[in-house]
Unconditional design. Structure first.
Ligand code: DP6
Length: 325
C-alpha cells in the first residue's frame, strides 16, 4: 500500500532543548510553536512484498546519515501495524536541509503520517504526534494545526502536541532569512545531549513553565509587542545556553548578528519586528501582516540576506494523493 503526506516545519517560540529520555525523546520542558506554510516536506511511503530491503531517498539522493533513523521509525510503525514488509520512502523538502530550518520536524511528521497510512493504520492526531516525537522531538508539533503546544508529559503516552489555535487565528508572518546555506556542523540531537551538563540549564527549567504560560496568553490576546519581546528573550536564552555548554555550540555567524542588530534598529525606528533563531545561523523574523511589505523592502537592501521565505501560520500534517513515485 502506498500513501503520501505533506507536513510543515515549525518554529518554536519556546524551545525544546534537552531530553529526560533519550530513546523516547521525552523533553525536559514543554514548548510552543507555529507551523510554517512554506517550509514543507512531502513524503511517499510504499510497503511492498517485492521489496528486499528498505530504500530511502531524500531530496533525490540516498542519504546514508539519515537512513538509520528513518528505518528505526519504519520499524516502530511496522511493529504497531504488525507487518514485516520492507518500504520505499521518497521524501522531498522545498527548503535546504540541515540549515536550522528544522527539516527533521517536517520530515518525521510527514514520514509518520504517510507510513502509518501506507501500513493500513488509522491513528488519531494524538497517537500520530506521540509517534512522530519518537522520530524527532520537534516533529510532534508538526502534526496538529496552527499554533501548537507540546506537553512535556511524564511518559510516552502523555508527551504529545495539540493545537492551541487554528492557523487563521492570528495573522502574523514569519519571514525566514537565510544568511548561510551550508549544512550545520552540530546536529540538534548532539546539542541536546551536551546541554544536560550545562549548569545554567537548571535555571532555565525553573522559569520555563512561566514563559510557556505567558507566551500562550500573548498569543490568545494577540498582543504582538509582548509576544515579540518574549520570543526574542527566549531565542537569546536558548543561544546563551548553547554558547555556555561544554563543548560550546556557536550557531551564529557574523551575518546572523548583523541581522539581529538591524532588527533592533528597525524596531527603534517604529517597525514592529522581532527575531527568533533555532539551531543554525538563519533567522525567523516575525511581523504583523500589515508590516510585511515594509519589512520585505528593508530586507532587500541587506547584502547578507541570501534568500527569504515568507511563512504564514499553517495547518499541520495532511494526506495528499500527489505521490512522489
Ligand atoms: C532548537 O527536534 O531536531 O529547533 O529530537 O533530537 O530530533 P531531536 O531534536 P530536534 O530539536 C529541535 C531543537 C530546536 C528547538 C525546537 O524546535 O523546539
Amino acid at each position: 500500500m502506498k500513501a503520501t503526506a505533506v507536513a510543515p516545519s515549525n518554529i518554536a517560540f519556546i524551545k525544546y532543548w534537552g531530553k529526560k529520555d533519550e530513546a523516547l525523546r521525552l523533553p525536559l520542558n514543554g514548548s510552543v510553536s507555529m507551523n510554517l506554510s512554506n517550509l514543507l516536506t512531502t513524503t511517499t511511503v510504499e510497503f511492498n512484498k517485492n521489496f528486499k530491503k528498505d530504500i530511502i531517498i531524500i531530496d533525490g539522493k540516498r542519504d546514508l546519515k539519515e537512513e538509520g533513523r528513518v528505518i528505526n521509525h519504519l520499524n516502530r510503525i511496522r511493529k504497531i501495524a504488525k507487518i514485516k514488509l520492507k518500504a520505499k520512502v521518497v521524501s522531498q523538502n522545498n527548503f535546504p536541509k540541515s540549515s536550522g530550518l528544522a527539516s527533521s520536524a517536517s520530515g518525521f511528521a510527514a514520514l509518520t503520517l504517510a507510513a502509518t497510512k501506507a501500513a493500513g493504520l488509522n491513528l488519531s492526531q494524538k497517537q500520530l504526534s506521540i509517534l512522530a516525537r519518537q522520530g524527532s522531538g520537534s516533529a510532534c508539533r508538526s502534526i496538529p494545526d496552527g499554533f501548537v503546544e507540546w506537553l512535556k508529559g511524564e511518559d510516552n503516552e502523555t508527551s504529545y502536541a495539540y493545537s492551541l489555535f487554528p492557523p487563521s487565528y492570528w495573522k502574523i508572518i514569519d519571514v525566514v532569512v537565510i544568511v548561510v546555506k551550508e549544512e550545520k556542523k552540530i546536529k540538534s540531537s548532539q546539542g541536546q545531549k551536551i546541554v544536560l551538563k550545562n549548569p545554567f540549564l537548571k535555571t532555565r527549567l525553573f522559569y520555563i513553565k512561566e514563559k510557556i504560560k505567558k507566551i500562550k496568553q500573548f498569543i490568545a490576546k494577540k498582543d504582538f509587542p509582548q509576544f515579540g519581546e518574549l520570543l526574542e528573550n527566549e531565542a537569546l536564552e536558548f543561544h546563551a545556553i548553547a554558547l555556555t555548554s561544554n563543548p560550546p555550540i556557536i550557531y551564529w555567524q557574523p551575518e546572523t548578528l548583523k541581522i539581529v542588530h538591524l532588527v533592533r534598529e528597525w524596531r527603534n525606528h517604529g517597525l514592529l519586528v522581532y527575531f527568533t533563531i533555532d539551531a543554525g545561523p538563519n533567522l525567523h523574523l516575525f511581523c504583523e501582516e500589515k508590516n510585511q511589505q515594509f519589512l520585505m523592502k528593508k530586507l532587500k537592501f541587506v547584502k547578507e540576506v541570501k534568500k527569504i521565505i515568507v511563512n504564514y501560520p499553517s495547518e499541520g500534517a495532511r494526506i495528499t494523493d500527489k505521490h512522489l513515485f
